[in-house]
Design a protein around this ligand. Structure first.
Ligand code: NAI
Length: 462
């Protein structure tokens, strides 16, 4: 039996970051991981591999649509799917090995196997029991399918299966126009699949600023994705080679069906806490399956904490990372803090979409007076040069104080641009603070400044 200050269960972005921070704070730390490689869903079957496929398929799109315009002539590249998969596997390997290196560097023990908590202060991994003053659960989440729909990872797949299809399907049906459905739907549409997205609601990406959501859907339509909106999927009949997806339109209850070679079910995720023994231990779980924690990530059982997708809040790798660092501080006897008002969200399609803080809808609902500063990438020189003029930056600021309340971007590098607004919000900045900050020319970030100027006396380039 080994004894630790902290044992973290799970090595995804929440868990591995937490373990590293614990070690940096001088705590003797171990991390339990049953997968063959570290990094959890994000590095192995989520964020990282999907970004590799998004990158590769975007390059193809550029070659097919924009190269000739710049005088780059010749045959468009053809897709070698086996090689694209090998590239994706290599990217995963580089990242997961990187975490292994960081564990060694920080003297963190990797306890290989699936962990459970037989009693407070003890973690069982395979047949060995280890002691820990603090146990931090970072067990993540898993896809949640629809009732009656069986995921076989061949014809009916979830996000994991969709990353490793044996071939590019001719026809793909995506159930759910959320982040996963749209990112992976984009990948296959660019690679030549006919992609139909079936969405229960009347708009895509629930929770997103409505104006951005509309423009985003229009852009994806132009890229060839077809949308069936306001439709509740009833069933999926799959054979060994094909599937039929039956849905009911909410407006008139009429039923229809579409055929597919592959069906991607992307209707959300749920916390993954199987096998941890939480019920017997007495850890409180909410109706939604989330581990209940207080403001310092402590569960109802002393010495047991939880972070990331397994607790409440958006299921985002970076939210889990921040909670991991905060929980490590708490375990080290310090005070951990996450500012939940400034957690960005990014969709890595092309153009990218990013969001932080309040939306117009949430501000209206709260009855707050606000102003909007908007700037189109059409007025940004760099974007025009790079065929990236579609989209805009929208900044929301308090009508009286000018304090920035939120930002919503659709356009080039939106996922990176959002962070200057995040930093500004962390410092309680006003739109004028952003507008008075010198931005290098020519950069996409000038569009953020122009949106800030639009909250005041007006942008220069529109
Ligand atoms: P999601 O919750 O984002 O979207 C699911 C969609 O499915 C919703 O629009 C919902 O209305 C629809 N839906 C549900 N039942 C349906 C039915 N019967 N028929 C038709 N449509 C139906 O879930 P998603 O995309 O699976 O993502 C899961 C989690 O993973 C999210 O929390 C997301 O934030 C996270 N994620 C984040 C990424 C990123 O930050 N780039 C990438 C991938 C996942």
């Amino acid at each position: 039996m080994s004894s630790y200050d902290v044992i973290v269960i799970g090595s995804g972005p929440g868990g591995y970051v937490c373990a590293i921070r614990c070690a940096q704070l001088g705590l003797k730390t171990a991390c339990v991981e049953g997968r063959e490689t570290l990094g959890g869903t994000c590095l192995n079957i989520g964020c990282i591999p999907s970004k590799a496929l998004l990158h590769a398929s975007h390059q193809l799109h550029e070659a097919e649509h924009n190269f000739a315009k710049m005088g780059l002539k010749g045959k468009s590249p053809s897709v070698d799917w086996t090689q694209m998969q090998a590239y994706k596997t290599d990217v995963i390997g580089q990242n997961t090995k990187g975490i292994e290196f960081l564990f060694k560097k920080n003297k963190i023990d990797w306890l290989k196997g699936w962990g459970s908590i037989p009693e407070a202060g003890k973690v069982k991994v395979s047949d060995e029991v280890h002691e820990a003053k603090h146990i931090i659960i970072a067990s993540g989440s898993e896809p949640s399918s629809l009732p009656g729909i069986e995921i076989d990872q061949k014809i009916v797949v979830d996000s994991e299966g969709a990353l490793s299809l044996p071939k590019i399907p001719k026809k793909m049906v995506v159930i759910g126009a959320g982040v996963i459905g749209l990112e992976l739907g984009s990948v296959y549409a660019r690679l030549g699949s006919e992609v139909k997205v079936i969405e229960f609601l009347d708009h895509i990406t629930p929770g997103m600023d409505a104006e951005v959501s509309k423009v985003f859907q229009r852009t994806l339509k132009k890229q060839g994705l077809e949308f069936i909106m306001g439709a509740a999927v009833q069933k999926v009949d799959a054979t060994k080679t094909k599937a039929k997806v039956t849905y009911k339109l909410r407006k008139d209850d009429s039923e229809a069906a579409v055929d597919a070679d592959v069906v991607l079910v992307a209707t959300g995720r749920k916390p993954y806490t199987d096998g941890l023994g939480l019920e017997a231990l007495g850890v409180k779980i909410s109706d939604r399956g989330q581990i209940e924690v207080d403001g310092q990530y402590r569960t109802s059982v002393e010495g047991v904490m939880a972070i990331g997708d397994a607790i409440k809040g958006p299921m985002l790798a970076h939210k889990a990372e921040d909670e991991g660092m905060a929980a490590a501080e708490v375990a080290a006897g310090k005070h951990g803090h996450v500012n939940y008002g400034v957690i960005p969200g990014v969709i890595y399609t092309h153009p990218e979409v990013s969001t932080v803080g309040e939306t117009e809808e949430s501000l209206k609902e709260a009855g707050r007076a606000y102003k909007v500063g908007k700037f189109s990438f059409m007025g940004n020189g760099r974007a025009k040069a790079n065929f990236a003029g579609d989209g805009f930056v929208k900044l929301l600021a308090d009508k009286e104080t000018d304090r920035i309340l939120g930002a919503h971007i659709i356009g080039p590098m939106a996922g990176d641009l959002i962070h200057e607004v995040c930093v500004a919000m962390e410092f309680g900045a006003s739109a004028e603070d952003l507008a008075l900050t010198c931005h290098a020319h020519p950069t996409y970030s000038e569009a953020v400044r122009e949106a800030a100027l639009a909250c005041g006396d007006g942008p220069i380039h529109s």
